[in-house]
Write a protein that binds this ligand. Structure first.
Ligand code: NCD
Length: 312
Protein backbone atom coordinates (compact mmCIF):
# COMPACT_ATOMS: atom_id res chain seq x y z
CA UNK A 1 0.00 0.00 0.00
CA UNK A 2 1.39 3.36 -0.99
CA UNK A 3 2.17 5.82 1.77
CA UNK A 4 1.23 8.71 -0.47
CA UNK A 5 3.59 11.45 -1.50
CA UNK A 6 2.71 14.44 0.65
CA UNK A 7 5.59 15.66 2.80
CA UNK A 8 7.76 12.69 1.97
CA UNK A 9 11.56 12.69 1.77
CA UNK A 10 13.01 11.24 -1.44
CA UNK A 11 16.27 9.55 -0.51
CA UNK A 12 16.44 6.25 -2.38
CA UNK A 13 14.33 4.83 -5.19
CA UNK A 14 13.77 1.81 -2.95
CA UNK A 15 11.80 3.97 -0.49
CA UNK A 16 8.99 3.82 -3.06
CA UNK A 17 6.80 1.11 -4.47
CA UNK A 18 5.33 0.52 -7.86
CA UNK A 19 2.04 2.17 -6.94
CA UNK A 20 3.85 5.36 -5.83
CA UNK A 21 5.66 5.48 -9.15
CA UNK A 22 2.49 4.92 -11.13
CA UNK A 23 0.91 7.90 -9.33
CA UNK A 24 4.02 9.95 -10.15
CA UNK A 25 4.00 8.96 -13.82
CA UNK A 26 0.34 9.87 -14.22
CA UNK A 27 1.01 13.23 -12.61
CA UNK A 28 4.01 13.69 -14.94
CA UNK A 29 1.78 12.91 -17.95
CA UNK A 30 -0.60 15.60 -16.72
CA UNK A 31 2.27 18.08 -16.29
CA UNK A 32 3.52 17.28 -19.77
CA UNK A 33 0.21 18.13 -21.37
CA UNK A 34 -0.17 21.29 -19.28
CA UNK A 35 3.31 22.33 -20.44
CA UNK A 36 2.40 21.60 -24.05
CA UNK A 37 -0.73 23.77 -23.75
CA UNK A 38 1.09 26.53 -21.90
CA UNK A 39 -1.49 26.25 -19.13
CA UNK A 40 0.43 25.13 -16.05
CA UNK A 41 -1.41 26.29 -12.92
CA UNK A 42 0.78 28.05 -10.34
CA UNK A 43 0.03 25.49 -7.65
CA UNK A 44 3.24 26.24 -5.73
CA UNK A 45 2.95 29.99 -5.78
CA UNK A 46 4.41 31.56 -2.63
CA UNK A 47 6.52 28.48 -1.85
CA UNK A 48 10.33 28.35 -1.84
CA UNK A 49 12.49 25.46 -3.03
CA UNK A 50 16.15 25.40 -1.93
CA UNK A 51 18.58 23.93 -4.46
CA UNK A 52 21.68 22.99 -2.48
CA UNK A 53 24.20 21.66 -4.96
CA UNK A 54 27.58 20.98 -3.41
CA UNK A 55 28.60 19.05 -6.54
CA UNK A 56 28.45 20.06 -10.22
CA UNK A 57 25.14 19.58 -12.02
CA UNK A 58 23.51 20.79 -15.20
CA UNK A 59 20.33 18.80 -15.74
CA UNK A 60 19.30 17.89 -12.22
CA UNK A 61 19.66 21.41 -10.86
CA UNK A 62 18.24 23.25 -13.84
CA UNK A 63 15.33 20.88 -14.37
CA UNK A 64 14.41 21.17 -10.68
CA UNK A 65 14.66 24.93 -11.00
CA UNK A 66 12.56 24.98 -14.17
CA UNK A 67 10.04 22.60 -12.58
CA UNK A 68 9.69 24.76 -9.46
CA UNK A 69 9.33 27.96 -11.49
CA UNK A 70 6.80 26.49 -13.91
CA UNK A 71 4.61 25.73 -10.88
CA UNK A 72 5.03 29.24 -9.53
CA UNK A 73 7.54 28.51 -6.73
CA UNK A 74 10.65 30.59 -6.10
CA UNK A 75 14.08 29.02 -5.80
CA UNK A 76 17.12 29.85 -3.70
CA UNK A 77 20.40 28.00 -3.56
CA UNK A 78 23.97 27.55 -4.64
CA UNK A 79 25.94 25.53 -7.15
CA UNK A 80 29.25 24.96 -5.38
CA UNK A 81 30.85 25.17 -1.97
CA UNK A 82 32.94 28.20 -2.87
CA UNK A 83 30.25 30.83 -2.62
CA UNK A 84 28.78 29.71 0.71
CA UNK A 85 29.94 29.46 4.30
CA UNK A 86 31.12 25.87 3.90
CA UNK A 87 34.21 27.61 2.53
CA UNK A 88 34.51 29.14 6.02
CA UNK A 89 34.18 25.74 7.69
CA UNK A 90 30.42 25.52 8.26
CA UNK A 91 29.13 21.97 8.72
CA UNK A 92 26.58 20.30 6.46
CA UNK A 93 24.21 20.07 9.43
CA UNK A 94 24.27 23.83 10.02
CA UNK A 95 23.88 24.58 6.31
CA UNK A 96 20.85 22.28 6.21
CA UNK A 97 19.34 23.93 9.30
CA UNK A 98 19.57 27.31 7.62
CA UNK A 99 18.08 26.13 4.34
CA UNK A 100 15.30 24.43 6.26
CA UNK A 101 14.40 27.72 7.89
CA UNK A 102 14.42 29.64 4.59
CA UNK A 103 12.64 27.16 2.29
CA UNK A 104 9.72 24.71 2.10
CA UNK A 105 11.72 21.89 0.50
CA UNK A 106 15.41 21.15 -0.01
CA UNK A 107 16.99 19.43 -3.00
CA UNK A 108 20.48 18.34 -2.01
CA UNK A 109 23.41 17.05 -4.03
CA UNK A 110 26.57 16.17 -2.17
CA UNK A 111 29.63 14.01 -2.67
CA UNK A 112 29.11 12.15 0.60
CA UNK A 113 27.03 8.99 0.62
CA UNK A 114 24.27 9.27 3.15
CA UNK A 115 24.27 13.09 3.07
CA UNK A 116 20.64 13.34 1.94
CA UNK A 117 19.43 10.92 4.61
CA UNK A 118 21.41 12.88 7.19
CA UNK A 119 19.88 16.14 5.96
CA UNK A 120 16.39 14.61 6.10
CA UNK A 121 16.94 13.72 9.74
CA UNK A 122 17.81 17.34 10.51
CA UNK A 123 15.30 19.16 8.33
CA UNK A 124 11.64 19.61 9.16
CA UNK A 125 10.80 20.13 5.49
CA UNK A 126 11.08 17.39 2.87
CA UNK A 127 14.53 16.63 1.45
CA UNK A 128 15.01 15.32 -2.07
CA UNK A 129 18.26 13.57 -2.85
CA UNK A 130 19.75 15.03 -6.03
CA UNK A 131 22.65 12.55 -5.83
CA UNK A 132 24.77 11.49 -2.85
CA UNK A 133 28.24 10.37 -3.90
CA UNK A 134 28.18 7.06 -5.70
CA UNK A 135 25.08 5.89 -3.86
CA UNK A 136 21.60 7.11 -4.88
CA UNK A 137 20.02 9.31 -7.52
CA UNK A 138 16.33 8.53 -7.08
CA UNK A 139 14.83 11.33 -9.19
CA UNK A 140 17.04 10.30 -12.10
CA UNK A 141 15.69 6.75 -11.81
CA UNK A 142 12.14 8.17 -11.79
CA UNK A 143 12.64 10.06 -15.02
CA UNK A 144 14.49 7.10 -16.53
CA UNK A 145 11.59 4.73 -15.83
CA UNK A 146 9.15 7.35 -17.09
CA UNK A 147 11.13 7.52 -20.34
CA UNK A 148 11.09 3.72 -20.76
CA UNK A 149 7.32 3.76 -20.20
CA UNK A 150 6.95 6.54 -22.77
CA UNK A 151 9.01 4.71 -25.39
CA UNK A 152 7.75 1.17 -24.90
CA UNK A 153 4.40 1.70 -23.17
CA UNK A 154 5.54 -0.68 -20.41
CA UNK A 155 8.42 -1.23 -17.99
CA UNK A 156 7.69 -4.90 -17.27
CA UNK A 157 8.75 -7.70 -19.56
CA UNK A 158 11.57 -5.81 -21.27
CA UNK A 159 15.22 -6.75 -21.64
CA UNK A 160 17.60 -4.13 -20.31
CA UNK A 161 21.34 -3.66 -20.73
CA UNK A 162 23.13 -1.27 -18.40
CA UNK A 163 26.53 -0.40 -19.80
CA UNK A 164 29.42 1.40 -18.19
CA UNK A 165 30.57 2.39 -14.76
CA UNK A 166 28.34 0.30 -12.51
CA UNK A 167 30.79 0.64 -9.64
CA UNK A 168 30.82 4.38 -9.03
CA UNK A 169 27.78 5.51 -11.05
CA UNK A 170 24.82 6.43 -8.85
CA UNK A 171 22.49 6.95 -11.82
CA UNK A 172 23.21 3.45 -13.14
CA UNK A 173 22.88 1.91 -9.68
CA UNK A 174 19.57 3.64 -8.95
CA UNK A 175 18.25 2.64 -12.38
CA UNK A 176 19.19 -1.03 -11.88
CA UNK A 177 17.64 -1.09 -8.40
CA UNK A 178 14.50 0.68 -9.63
CA UNK A 179 13.88 -2.26 -11.95
CA UNK A 180 13.40 -4.33 -8.79
CA UNK A 181 10.06 -2.53 -8.35
CA UNK A 182 8.92 -3.89 -11.74
CA UNK A 183 9.20 -7.19 -13.59
CA UNK A 184 11.94 -6.89 -16.20
CA UNK A 185 12.55 -9.99 -18.33
CA UNK A 186 16.31 -9.71 -17.96
CA UNK A 187 18.85 -7.07 -16.88
CA UNK A 188 22.30 -7.42 -18.39
CA UNK A 189 25.08 -5.79 -16.40
CA UNK A 190 27.70 -4.78 -18.95
CA UNK A 191 30.83 -3.33 -17.34
CA UNK A 192 34.59 -3.62 -17.61
CA UNK A 193 35.76 -5.98 -14.82
CA UNK A 194 37.02 -3.17 -12.60
CA UNK A 195 33.69 -1.30 -12.89
CA UNK A 196 31.27 -4.08 -12.01
CA UNK A 197 28.70 -3.27 -9.29
CA UNK A 198 29.96 -3.22 -5.72
CA UNK A 199 29.29 -6.23 -3.51
CA UNK A 200 26.59 -4.43 -1.51
CA UNK A 201 24.75 -3.51 -4.72
CA UNK A 202 25.01 -7.11 -6.03
CA UNK A 203 23.51 -8.28 -2.74
CA UNK A 204 20.60 -5.86 -3.10
CA UNK A 205 20.05 -6.95 -6.70
CA UNK A 206 19.80 -10.51 -5.49
CA UNK A 207 17.58 -9.67 -2.56
CA UNK A 208 15.18 -7.75 -4.80
CA UNK A 209 15.04 -10.72 -7.19
CA UNK A 210 16.19 -8.65 -10.18
CA UNK A 211 16.97 -11.11 -13.02
CA UNK A 212 20.43 -9.62 -13.58
CA UNK A 213 23.39 -11.31 -15.21
CA UNK A 214 26.78 -10.05 -16.31
CA UNK A 215 27.26 -9.96 -20.07
CA UNK A 216 29.24 -8.50 -22.96
CA UNK A 217 27.43 -5.99 -25.15
CA UNK A 218 28.22 -7.78 -28.40
CA UNK A 219 26.66 -10.99 -27.09
CA UNK A 220 23.32 -9.45 -26.07
CA UNK A 221 22.77 -6.37 -28.25
CA UNK A 222 20.17 -8.16 -30.41
CA UNK A 223 18.00 -8.96 -27.37
CA UNK A 224 17.83 -5.51 -25.80
CA UNK A 225 14.82 -3.21 -25.61
CA UNK A 226 16.73 -0.63 -23.55
CA UNK A 227 20.45 0.11 -23.53
CA UNK A 228 21.32 2.44 -20.62
CA UNK A 229 24.80 3.88 -21.09
CA UNK A 230 26.78 5.74 -18.43
CA UNK A 231 29.99 7.70 -18.25
CA UNK A 232 33.02 6.53 -16.31
CA UNK A 233 32.84 8.54 -13.06
CA UNK A 234 36.39 9.83 -13.15
CA UNK A 235 35.96 12.09 -10.11
CA UNK A 236 35.05 9.15 -7.87
CA UNK A 237 38.11 7.02 -8.58
CA UNK A 238 40.35 6.82 -5.53
CA UNK A 239 43.34 6.28 -7.82
CA UNK A 240 43.79 8.27 -11.06
CA UNK A 241 45.80 5.42 -12.54
CA UNK A 242 42.86 3.11 -12.13
CA UNK A 243 40.86 5.57 -14.23
CA UNK A 244 43.57 5.72 -16.89
CA UNK A 245 43.44 1.94 -17.21
CA UNK A 246 39.71 1.85 -18.06
CA UNK A 247 39.09 5.15 -19.84
CA UNK A 248 37.72 4.64 -23.32
CA UNK A 249 36.94 0.97 -22.52
CA UNK A 250 33.56 1.12 -24.28
CA UNK A 251 31.90 3.25 -26.91
CA UNK A 252 28.52 2.88 -28.60
CA UNK A 253 28.68 3.66 -32.31
CA UNK A 254 26.21 3.14 -35.19
CA UNK A 255 27.98 -0.14 -35.96
CA UNK A 256 27.54 -1.37 -32.36
CA UNK A 257 23.80 -1.00 -32.95
CA UNK A 258 23.70 -2.83 -36.28
CA UNK A 259 22.26 -6.04 -34.83
CA UNK A 260 19.84 -4.22 -32.50
CA UNK A 261 16.05 -4.48 -32.43
CA UNK A 262 14.35 -1.70 -34.40
CA UNK A 263 12.76 -0.25 -31.30
CA UNK A 264 15.81 -0.46 -29.04
CA UNK A 265 16.15 2.79 -27.12
CA UNK A 266 19.57 4.08 -26.06
CA UNK A 267 19.43 6.05 -22.83
CA UNK A 268 22.08 8.01 -20.92
CA UNK A 269 21.65 10.19 -17.82
CA UNK A 270 24.17 12.64 -19.37
CA UNK A 271 26.69 14.21 -19.39
CA UNK A 272 28.34 11.96 -21.92
CA UNK A 273 32.06 12.12 -22.54
CA UNK A 274 32.95 9.72 -25.33
CA UNK A 275 30.85 6.64 -24.59
CA UNK A 276 28.19 7.39 -27.22
CA UNK A 277 29.39 8.44 -30.66
CA UNK A 278 27.50 11.62 -31.70
CA UNK A 279 26.57 9.82 -34.93
CA UNK A 280 24.12 7.78 -32.83
CA UNK A 281 22.21 11.00 -32.06
CA UNK A 282 20.49 11.04 -35.44
CA UNK A 283 19.37 7.40 -35.27
CA UNK A 284 15.88 6.49 -34.03
CA UNK A 285 17.54 4.67 -31.13
CA UNK A 286 18.73 7.89 -29.48
CA UNK A 287 16.46 8.69 -26.55
CA UNK A 288 18.88 10.47 -24.20
CA UNK A 289 17.87 14.01 -25.05
CA UNK A 290 14.18 13.16 -24.71
CA UNK A 291 15.09 11.47 -21.42
CA UNK A 292 16.75 14.67 -20.19
CA UNK A 293 13.72 16.73 -21.26
CA UNK A 294 11.49 14.45 -19.21
CA UNK A 295 13.35 15.74 -16.16
CA UNK A 296 11.07 18.78 -16.08
CA UNK A 297 7.58 17.16 -16.09
CA UNK A 298 8.73 14.36 -13.77
CA UNK A 299 10.25 16.82 -11.29
CA UNK A 300 7.19 19.07 -11.56
CA UNK A 301 5.05 16.05 -10.68
CA UNK A 302 7.34 15.20 -7.79
CA UNK A 303 7.34 18.73 -6.34
CA UNK A 304 3.60 19.03 -6.75
CA UNK A 305 2.93 15.72 -4.99
CA UNK A 306 5.44 16.21 -2.17
CA UNK A 307 4.55 19.87 -1.57
CA UNK A 308 0.82 19.30 -1.89
CA UNK A 309 0.30 21.56 -4.88
CA UNK A 310 -2.98 19.86 -5.75
CA UNK A 311 -4.61 19.77 -9.13
CA UNK A 312 -5.42 23.42 -9.76
C1 NCD B 1 24.47 11.92 -13.34
C2 NCD B 1 24.93 12.20 -11.92
O1 NCD B 1 25.22 13.32 -11.55
O2 NCD B 1 24.94 11.22 -11.18
N1 NCD B 1 24.03 13.02 -14.04
C3 NCD B 1 22.75 13.46 -13.90
O3 NCD B 1 22.29 13.77 -12.84
N2 NCD B 1 22.01 13.50 -15.01
C4 NCD B 1 25.37 11.07 -14.12
C5 NCD B 1 26.81 11.46 -14.26
O4 NCD B 1 27.30 12.45 -13.72
O5 NCD B 1 27.48 10.72 -14.98
Amino acid sequence: MSEGWLGRDVISILDFDREDLEVLFEEADRMKSLLANGSVPKTLSGRIVALAFFEPSTRTRMSFEAAAKRLGAETIGFTSEEGISVAKGESLADTVRMLDSYADLIVLRHRYEGSALYAAEIAVHPVINGGDGRQHHPTQAMLDLYTVREAHGVIDGLTYGVLGDLRYGRAATSFILSLGLFKPRRVYLIAPPSLEPRAEVMMLIERLGIPAVKARLEDVIGELDVLYVTRIQRERFPDPEEYERVRGAYRVTPSTLEGAKRDLIVMHPLPRVDEIDPRVDSTPHAWYFRQARNGVPVRMALLNLVMGGGAS
